[in-house]
Design a binder for this molecule. Structure first.
Ligand code: F6P
Length: 545
């Protein structure tokens, strides 16, 4: 789209955003009390309510027109067709193929990938099943009781989040995750483990990431010291695209599960990176996770834009970020088992859309990806919700809630959970005027003077936006749909920002500097070797060592 047309549509939407902020959300409900109906869309049981945003019917139409002008549908189709849309790395972006069927005929750059995907899935299933039923044992012939995944970023956050989310389906060995290069992480994890019954999964797309390689070397020593060098064969497996490097580490080929360069790290949970999840919940449940994601893919590909969950979620995200200028969004799952979802989405969203250079190589015309943060409800209510209700910066909130829990015997808990979720999204819009606060105080027996003094502190502006995603129950299929929804939402927003969501050059400089600083930290090179920005701290740390 010519830059000029893009700018024109954008500035029109920014104008609309200003007007919408003045109108507010309550006024929209006053004008149409049945607004929920017009501002809800669903795929099967997964329902997205975006009625509590300041979007009018006309604003939504303008956003949809902007999406079409950004050639969203064409770009989506290019991704599904396996074109090299990751232009800076010249790669296809085909994580959707990992949850497709062979009949979906996905191809990366013209080369079919379905059979390769199926082959790796079958190998993973066989391996996971044998670990789970004890036919694949430790070096001393014991059944594995514990599995430790060693990986970081996309090789950790997805499987860690999903393993916790699907705890009710967990009937395999205990699964642990070690990611941080801080030795405390692996030390605390290994402390309770028996080397004779522990299996390590070394997960790294590149098999060069320093954190993972350092932790893997420590894990190797843990096994060798207790069981001898030969035990490494039985106690390690690997997941990577760099099969030669895995071999160098000494991990057997038939215990190595590959994936491909058209799978980005933060989009890799569906690949062999999901192995620890499969070991925890079993292959059939893992297949159900993939099937849920595939339903979302089909929906994203074929549903009209106005009913399309990832499109609507992306448009609402762009509206809040660009048209209304809100710098962050909070993800608040009223679902304790989704407590790692905000961290997972931080990588998915911020590593994808935290960019300031557009696809044309020039600075982007607008702000781009928001800061994503969050914690589960109801815990957040007793921590940071004060700021959400009365702070100076509105923060759009994304609530997630299940209609059914996995603990029918604890229904009272679930009723309270749902009531709190609904109450918070209502309170954010409703607010309370100073006059209402004063009347409440008088009714509670305060003197008129006291009521007048305290009332201003108890008023809430209201009109604060939120969306709510609700679903029947957090099962593997639903989790698959949810993750794929967020993946595609990131894609949609990237098209509206005009950026490449699939590279991450911004993480490189820090890694390079760390390599240069290591000799200084180890005391092998003089502190002067570090630059003026670091010298002072390096000296202070050395003095304290
Ligand atoms: O440093 C960022 C990053 O490259 C992420 O994109 C990736 O998920 C993570 O590091 C881990 O990379 P790998 O799987 O290659 O170890």
């Amino acid at each position: 789209m010519p830059q000029e047309q893009r700018r024109h549509l954008q500035s029109n939407l920014v104008e609309r955003g200003r007007a919408a902020a003045r109108t507010g959300i309550r006024a929209l409900f006053d004008a149409d009390p049945d607004r929920f109906r017009a501002f809800t869309t669903a795929l099967e049981d997964l329902t997205l309510d975006y009625s509590k945003t300041a979007l009018s019917v006309d604003d939504r139409a303008a956003l949809l027109a902007f999406a079409r002008a950004c050639r969203l549908e064409e770009k989506r189709d290019a991704m599904f067709a396996g074109e090299r849309i990751n232009v800076t790395e010249r790669r296809s972006v085909l994580h959707v193929a990992l949850r497709g069927r062979i009949s979906d005929r996905y191809a990366a750059d013209g080369i079919p990938v379905g059979e390769d995907v199926e082959r790796v899935l079958a190998a993973m299933s066989d391996f996971a099943t044998r670990i789970r039923n004890g036919t694949l044992t430790s070096s001393a012939g014991h059944m594995f009781t514990d599995v430790v995944n060693i990986g970081i970023g996309g090789s950790d956050l997805g499987p860690a989040m999903a393993t916790l989310a699907l705890a009710p389906y967990h009937d395999g060995p205990r699964v642990h995750f070690v990611s941080n290069v801080d030795g405390a992480h692996i030390a605390d994890t290994l402390k309770g483990l028996n080397p004779s019954t522990t299996l390590f999964v070394v997960a790294s797309k590149t098999f060069t990431t320093v954190e993972t390689m350092t932790n893997a070397a420590t894990a190797r020593r843990f096994i060798v010291d207790a069981l001898g060098e030969e035990a490494v064969r039985d106690h390690f497996c690997a997941v990577s695209t760099a099969l030669d490097k895995v071999r160098e580490f000494g991990i057997d080929e038939n215990r190595t599960f590959g994936f491909w360069d058209w799978v980005g790290g933060r989009y890799s949970i569906w690949s062999a990176i999901g192995l620890p999840v499969m070991i925890a919940i079993g292959a059939p449940h893992f297949r159900s996770l993939l099937a849920g994601a595939r339903s979302m893919d089909l929906h994203f590909r074929h549903a009209p834009l106005e009913e399309n969950l990832p499109v609507i979620l992306g448009l609402v995200g762009w509206w809040h970020r660009v048209a209304l200028g809100y710098p962050s969004r909070a993800v608040i799952p009223y679902d304790q088992r989704l407590s790692r979802l905000p961290a997972y989405l931080q990588q998915l969203d911020m590593e994808s859309n935290g960019k300031n250079i557009g696809l044309d190589g020039n600075p982007t015309a607008t702000v781009t990806g928001p800061i994503v943060w969050g914690e589960p409800g109801t815990n957040g209510q007793h921590a940071f919700f004060q700021l959400l209700h009365q702070g100076t910066d509105p923060v759009p909130v994304e609530f997630l809630v299940a209609a059914q829990s996995h603990e029918p015997e604890l229904q009272e808990h679930h009723d309270l959970l749902i009531a709190n979720c609904l109450a918070q999204s209502e309170a954010l819009v409703k607010g309370r005027t100073c006059e209402e606060a004063r009347e409440q105080l008088l009714a509670a027996g305060k003197t008129p003077e006291e009521a007048a003094a305290i009332a201003p502190h108890r008023q809430f502006s209201g009109d604060r936006p939120s969306i709510t995603l609700c679903y029947r129950k957090l099962d593997p299929n639903t989790l698959g749909k949810l993750i794929a929804l967020y993946e595609h939402r990131v894609f949609v927003e990237a098209q509206l920002f005009g950026i490449n969501a699939f590279d991450q050059w911004g993480v490189e400089l820090g890694k390079e500097l760390a390599v240069g600083l290591l000799p200084v930290v180890r005391g092998e090179a003089p502190v002067e070797r570090s630059g003026v920005l670091t010298r002072g701290l390096a000296r202070t740390i050395a003095r304290l060592q």
